[in-house]
Every structure is written in structure tokens, then in C-alpha cells.
Design a protein around this ligand. Structure first.
Ligand code: PTJ
Length: 254
């Protein structure tokens, strides 16, 4: 890994990039995952590389939704296994959600590497690993249609970080509540999900853990009110305004 001086103005972002590249070298990340990272970096730059007010609102709504869920599941892909395996496992324990490995670019060797990484960081049960318990989600052409009958197939709330639009739509059609992390507020996933956290997953997953801890002391009525007051479309529109304002500010500086 190249030496990134702490004083570098974009040190944190460069470290995230290195995590992904290391994950690729370890066989966790698809080649296309590197491209997804590049797209994410561009949006992160435009968002100021920090968790904004709109992301914080979405994180609060997501925490409330997850605490009210009966069968929550977190879907893990190659990028997540490389970027934040420890935190995603911590989140699953905090909200009592199952973990399911579900890949867009299917590859058994990569799947096994992801499972090994999750186990190394303390995951107990990992779904999406047995052919015998697989079911098909309708409306998807990619390998993502194969889900676990005890996991995503039966879930009421599904967390799908760095997702493709088709599966988000299919999950919604199947009556599930979808929560995503996606730095692009214009993506189909962002626009289709019930709750979109427009932030770098490496920053916001910790915030979601903390928020879930805090809200776990609240009653059902309070949690329902938080969800009712959250408007994903409005929040995404605010994200886009935030990008426009950042661009205007950067243009003035230049
Ligand atoms: O491991 P696999 O086979 O399941 O493949 C995973 C990828 C990510 C390659 C696959 O899901 C894919 O191709 O996704 P997309 O369609 O490229 O969408 C990824 C979205 O995540 C894009 O909108 C990116 O802007 C966004 N993104 C990238 N990095 C991050 C991110 N969002 C939050 N945090 C990030 N670190």
C-alpha cells in the first residue's frame, strides 16, 4: 500500500480507495467494483467528502425502520466485504439482522473469499451460501435474483448497499422495504429505495450503528413517527441541491 501522509487533504478518501484495491487483490472485489468505487469517489467529492444533513436524516429514518423490522437482512457484496466488513457485522448484531452474501457478478471463488472474510471478522451465520435454500426473485436478469429462502426472500426490510436498480425494484415489488447506501442521489437504486443514505458507506455505517443504539431506547410510536416524517424523494432533492451549491462554491474559488 502506498504511503499516504496524514496531512494529505484527501487522505481519508485515498485510504478508502486503498481498502478497495486491497480487497480486489485479495479476490473479494469484482473488476466492476473498482469502477463503482470511481463513480462513488466522484460523487463523494461533489458532496464535500463528509456526512451531510440529509444523510443524517436518512440514517435516523433507517435506524428507526431497522428497529421496527421483524426480519431484517443485510445484503453483502464484494465492495462491502472489502470496505467495511467489521462495521457491517457490528451493525447486523446491533439490529439483529441476518447477513446474506449476494453478488451481482457471480463467482463462486469470490463468494468463498467474502464468506471467509466475514467469518474472520466475527460473523456467525452467513446466508446465501447453500444451493438447497435458494429461491428466485422475479424481474432480475443478474445473479442477484438468487436469494436465500430464510434471508432476503423472507425479509421485511433489506439493506442493500451499493446496489443495482433492478434488484431494488424487484425487492420493492416483492413488498420489502429497501434501505440503501449510495453516493449517487440520481441512481435508480437511490430513487427507488424507501430510504437512501447518500453518503460513503464507510462513514455512515458507524453512524447508523450509533443511531440504532440511541433509538433502541425509544418506543414504537416514536420510531413510527420518525419514519412517517421522512420523505426520501425530498431528501434526495436536497442532496442534489447540496451538490449544486458545492459546485457553485468550488467554481467561485477557482
Ligand atoms: O460484488 P458484486 O458482484 O455484487 O458487485 C458489486 C458492484 C458494486 C460492482 C455492483 O453492485 C455494481 O455494479 O454497482 P453499480 O451499479 O456500479 O452501483 C454502485 C453504486 O454505489 C454507484 O451509484 C456508486 O456511486 C455507489 N458507490 C460506490 N462506492 C460507494 C458508493 N456508495 C456509497 N459508498 C461507497 N463507498
Amino acid at each position: 500500500m502506498p504511503l499516504i501522509p496524514k496531512s494529505h487533504p484527501r487522505a481519508k478518501s485515498l485510504l478508502i480507495r486503498e481498502k478497495l484495491v486491497n480487497g480486489f487483490d485479495k479476490g473479494l472485489v469484482a473488476k466492476e467494483g473498482l469502477l463503482a468505487q470511481g463513480r462513488g469517489e466522484a460523487f463523494d467529492y461533489l458532496l464535500g467528502e463528509k456526512t451531510g444533513r440529509t444523510a443524517s436524516k436518512a440514517i435516523k429514518a433507517a435506524a428507526a425502520q431497522l428497529l421496527l423490522a421483524e426480519r431484517p437482512v443485510i445484503s453483502v457484496n464484494g465492495n462491502i466485504a472489502a470496505l467495511c466488513p467489521k462495521q457491517i457485522i457490528k451493525l447486523s448484531k446491533q439490529i439483529k439482522a441476518k447477513l446474506e452474501v449476494n453478488l451481482f457478478y457471480t463467482n463462486e471463488k469470490r463468494k468463498q473469499a467474502i464468506i471467509k472474510t466475514l467469518k474472520k471478522y466475527g460473523a456467525n451465520e452467513i446466508l446465501g451460501t447453500k444451493k438447497a435454500s435458494s429461491k428466485k426473485l422475479p424481474g432480475i436478469d443478474s445473479a442477484r435474483r438468487i436469494v436465500d429462502k430464510d434471508g432476503i426472500f423472507a425479509a421485511d426490510v433489506v439493506v442493500v448497499p451499493l446496489e443495482d436498480g433492478d434488484r431494488t425494484m424487484s425487492l420493492k415489488k416483492a413488498g420489502k422495504i429497501v434501505i440503501t447506501f449510495d453516493l449517487n442521489p440520481l441512481s435508480r437504486t437511490s430513487q427507488t429505495a424507501n430510504i437512501t443514505i447518500v453518503d460513503n458507506v464507510t462513514r455512515s455505517v458507524d453512524l447508523l450503528i450509533n443511531q440504532s443504539k440511541e433509538l433502541s431506547k425509544k418506543n414504537e410510536k416514536t420510531l413510527l413517527k420518525i419514519i412517517e416524517e421522512f420523505d426520501n424523494k425530498k431528501n434526495l432533492a436536497e442532496n442534489i441541491i447540496q451538490i449544486r451549491n458545492n459546485l457553485t462554491r468550488k467554481a467561485k474559488i477557482a
